[in-house]
Design a protein around this ligand. Structure first.
Ligand code: C2E
Ligand code: CA
Ligand code: CA
Ligand code: CA
Length: 275
């Protein structure tokens, strides 16, 4: 809140002071959370529609606050990006995810979310290569998920970093596709391996012709551009059938599997709804 007031009058609405104090508290707690071992990762399965097999898991961070219990990443990741904690937290995520994935079957990879701030950190390459070296995970089993926003600013440096990551054999996914801006220019200009279609499109695809049209168009673009497409947020069998018919390469969502503790030997995860 401290940088906000300059040249602008703020009228405090009821609840705002409390909200600011709450943020201040979380900010402090977040700074100590890593050293206190308060983070862990859950993994959500990714189903390939080519052969109905689980080909990957996405790592999703969880923070157990000592008194408040679980705090959502939607709440603390933005805060960590603001106060800079995202860089060490992101390094921990990379390390932990690579270490856990190294024990899975060799045909399963791990997808890790990397924030825009982390991507622009001068340490990003060292953090990634360090995580791979320490875990022994082969680079082709690591996928990095970036949001469009991460890719917008400082385009040249970002393109350089992406090229360096890909040169190591790491795959790059564009996350939440369709929710940012200048999406099409990014598809054209950036070296991508996968497009993750945002779950808002999937959620309305059965009722809304326009959402359906967007998914179809992205799936077709993916085929034409040799980029894999994945639909996020699949919650029921009707959505799954539709995405199969459209020809998305992969799906992810509660219907396939919820985020869960690390699969010890991913083979244990059986996809029960498979045709
Ligand atoms: P995301 O990367 O888009 O991750 C997918 C989110 O959708 C996850 O929420 C997941 O639990 C949720 N989800 C999966 N399937 C379904 C479904 O069928 N229906 C619905 N309604 N939701 C579904 P989560 O774990 O709360 O994470 C929220 C966001 O926080 C993530 O969105 C990502 O942007 C960020 N995040 C999570 N872990 C990390 C991390 O390690 N690093 C960074 N930088 N960001 C992270
Ligand atoms: Ca993601
Ligand atoms: Ca997403
Ligand atoms: Ca998201």
């Amino acid at each position: 809140a401290k940088r906000r007031g300059r040249g602008r009058a703020i009228s405090y609405q009821p609840g705002m002071i409390e909200a600011i104090a709450e943020r201040g508290h979380l900010d402090n707690a977040l700074r100590g959370a890593l050293a206190q071992g308060q983070f862990h990762l859950l993994y959500q399965p990714i189903l390939s529609l080519a052969d109905d097999s689980i080909v990957a898991f996405e790592a999703l961070i969880r923070w157990t606050h000592p008194t408040r219990g679980l705090v959502s990443p939607a709440e603390f990741i933005p805060l960590a990006e603001e106060n800079g904690c995202i860089v060490p937290i992101g390094q921990w995520v990379l390390d932990q995810a690579c270490r856990e994935a190294a024990g899975w079957p060799a045909n399963q990879h791990v997808a890790v979310n990397v924030s825009a701030v982390q991507l622009r950190s001068p340490h990003i390459m060292a953090h990634v290569t360090g995580a791979l070296a320490r875990s022994g995970l082969p680079p082709h089993r690591l996928e990095i998920e970036l949001t469009e926003t991460a890719l917008v600013e400082d385009g040249r440096q970002v393109a350089h970093t992406l090229a360096a990551l890909r040169a190591l054999g790491i795959r790059i996914a564009m996350d939440d596709f369709g929710t940012g801006y200048s999406s099409l220019a990014h598809l054209r200009d950036l070296p991508l391996d996968r497009i993750k279609i945002d779950r808002s499109f999937v959620a309305s695809a059965l009722e809304d012709k326009h959402s359906l049209a967007v998914i179809r168009a992205v799936a077709q673009m993916g085929r034409d551009m040799n980029v894999l497409t994945l639909a996020e947020g699949v919650e029921n069998s009707d959505q799954l059938d539709l995405l199969r018919e459209i020809g998305c390469d992969a799906v992810q969502g509660y219907f396939i599997g919820r985020p869960a503790p690390p699969p010890r030997g991913g083979a244990e995860f059986s996809w029960v709804h498979a045709a």
